[in-house]
Design a protein around this ligand. Structure first.
Ligand SMILES: [Zn+2]
Ligand SMILES: [Zn+2]
Length: 390
């Protein structure tokens, strides 16, 4: 079969102390410190075989994620930009859907022909964090498209316990192609859902919400906040094309933060204006620029306000904790999408029409054009770009 293979050299940066665990597993905890000179190409590789508790999926759609661009882009020294857990060589792509074409002997809940999406985080279920219910923090974590082969490919084999049926979507969308495309947007929506409802504990209907960053995660956050009853969703995004998608996904007000500053205003100022000085009850960081965004959120915190950090950035952030004390505010870190019924609930929200991710799909590519799809996503003007292997 064909797959989009990422190769890179294991060449730790001078000054980076490679841990014993990294040496033993071949996994980099901080990808940016180890993987140099990445190359992406469609290659012919053996099709995966199915273990007893696995299914083989014929991949129908796989979305391009911000992290996929960070595997392609390099820093001044030639290292991948992605800061997180990685092990190369591997096939990339982790936001996907597909048709079950083979089931392992021990699989009981899926059959050939089922339409499914899947979790990207392959948690073990046996380590202490997993047994505590913290699957997103598994100590033996493998990540599809990061440490093991992903779904920019014709086929992928995956444990059936990580798959979720898309049947409910077909009740609303008779067109199978639409079901698969929406199915490939479930994973990023689950990342936003985990941040808003699980990690930060949600908010009261009627709350004022702000979202910083209008990439795919920010866009799905806007839709979820609106669906859950936020009375105003205020979004900040620097790219004009993405600001339009923010509006389409349900943002009531959308601003370019750079233009605001040029005009002598600021994001915090417009949040305070639009909330009549009360501030935002819920703020979502999806820009991956917390050194810039968190200080703004701090200045427009409502009493009992909550901030959740979902964007990734390997940097320290100046925080004025007095603001959190005086405003009785809370800050939450959020990673991942597994557990807590997140996947089935997101599929239900899509099936009910409460969120409509069709509005954020802006481009489609074949598997042969996958490198072009990644390159295009580097312009950061799209909502979600889909690669369609079949
Ligand atoms: Zn992703
Ligand atoms: Zn585990």
């Amino acid at each position: 079969m064909r797959g989009l293979m990422l190769e890179a050299k294991w060449e730790p940066k001078s000054g980076y102390a490679v841990s014993e665990w990294e040496k033993r597993t071949g996994k980099a905890i901080t990808g940016n410190s180890i993987w140099k000179s990445p190359t992406l190409a469609i290659r012919e590789v053996p099709a995966p075989t199915v273990g007893p508790k696995e299914v083989l999926l014929k991949v129908k759609a796989c979305g391009v994620c911000g992290s996929d661009i960070q595997f392609y882009e390099t820093d001044a020294q030639g290292y991948v930009m992605y800061p997180g857990l990685t092990k190369f060589t591997c096939i990339t792509g982790h936001e996907f859907s597909g048709e079950v074409v083979e089931v392992g002997k021990g699989v009981t809940d899926l059959k050939v022909g089922d339409m499914v999406t899947a979790e990207e985080m392959i948690w073990c279920g046996e380590c202490k964090p997993c047994r505590g219910g913290f699957f997103n923090h598994c100590s033996n974590l493998e990540e599809i498209g990061f440490t093991i082969n992903g779904a920019f490919a014709e086929y992928i084999a995956i444990g059936s316990k990580f798959c979720w049926k898309l049947n409910a979507l077909q009740e609303r969308y008779p067109d199978v192609n639409t079901v698969y495309e929406l199915g490939a947007t479930v994973e990023p929506t689950c990342v936003a859902y985990n941040g808003i409802f699980i990690r930060a504990g949600g908010f009261k209907p009627g709350a004022y919400a702000a979202v910083y960053g209008g990439g795919p995660i920010g866009l799905t956050a806007i839709a979820l906040l609106k669906a859950a009853g936020a009375s105003k969703v205020i979004a900040f995004e620097t790219v004009e094309a993405r600001r339009k998608i923010c509006s389409a996904m349900g943002a009531d007000h959308v601003f370019d933060p750079v233009a605001l500053v040029k005009q002598g205003s600021s994001p915090s100022q417009v949040v305070l204006d639009l909330t009549k000085g009360e501030g935002a009850d819920f703020q979502f960081e999806a820009a991956g620029a917390p050194a810039l965004t968190i200080p703004e959120m701090e200045k427009s915190l409502a009493i009992n306000g909550r901030i959740v950090q979902v964007g990734r950035a390997a940097e320290r952030v100046p925080m004025y904790l007095e603001a959190f004390q005086v405003r009785r505010a809370q800050f939450f870190g959020s990673q991942g999408h597994s557990g807590d019924e997140i996947f089935p609930n997101v599929i239900r929200l899509m099936a009910s029409g409460a969120i409509d991710n069709r509005k954020m799909i802006t481009a489609r590519y074949s598997l042969e054009q996958a490198v072009d799809a990644i390159k295009r996503s580097g312009s950061r003007t799209d909502g979600k770009i889909m690669v369609k292997p079949s």
